[in-house]
Design a protein around this ligand. Sequence first.
Ligand code: GAR
Length: 223
Amino acid sequence: MARVKTAVLISGRGSNMAALIAAAAAPGFPAEIALVIANKAGAGGLALAAEAGIRTAVVESRPFGKDRAAFEAVLQAELEAAGIELVCLAGFMRVLTPAFVERWQGRMLNIHPALLPAFPGLDTHERALDAGVKIHGCTVHLVVPEVDSGPILAQAAVPVLPNDTPDTLAARVLAQEHVIYPAALARLARDLASGGADPAPSDPARPEAGQPAAAQALVVPAP
Ligand code: GAR
């Protein structure tokens, strides 16, 4: 079966990107990481991708200022030039326009460091500790125009421990991000490669429509 050509979009260190690249190196993995794009020239993940022999590109978002559509036109051109079929946002800290998101409907994934719909947005680990939750985690979801929303493909839950700091909690969550993101990518790529219908965001009038058949849930027990 042809592997689904996938791009990973990053802004920083790229540990999730590295997990996706490592998983995709396994024989039989249904997606090929064909391109890594960073919106910051200094993104640490670029060097990791290049070391792994993956084509990289930088499309700086800063020079475009508030003109998100102009930035995305360049991004889209890079994706098309590489024949990309699926996009993984991995620590990509740039909000995308509805038009761009709709262009990639059912074919763009994001990883978020919280159990959505809890704690969308930034500083999720700090906010989880402040809220006193006892379970925290991460979510892989299809991207829809509303930020940190969209059909959930996988979640992993981890315990919040009494002496946790935002950093210790982030590390526990990140380890699970690296587990569920490759798994969710594999499932979606396999669906797409086998001609399965693109799982589109749900129609409010038909809540069952477009929902992925079976999302993955992983619960990590307390030590
Ligand atoms: C990850 O924890 C990811 O979930 C988060 O940024 C980190 C990127 O780390 N993403 C978001 O907060 C998106 N809103 P990485 O560059 O090492 O993968």
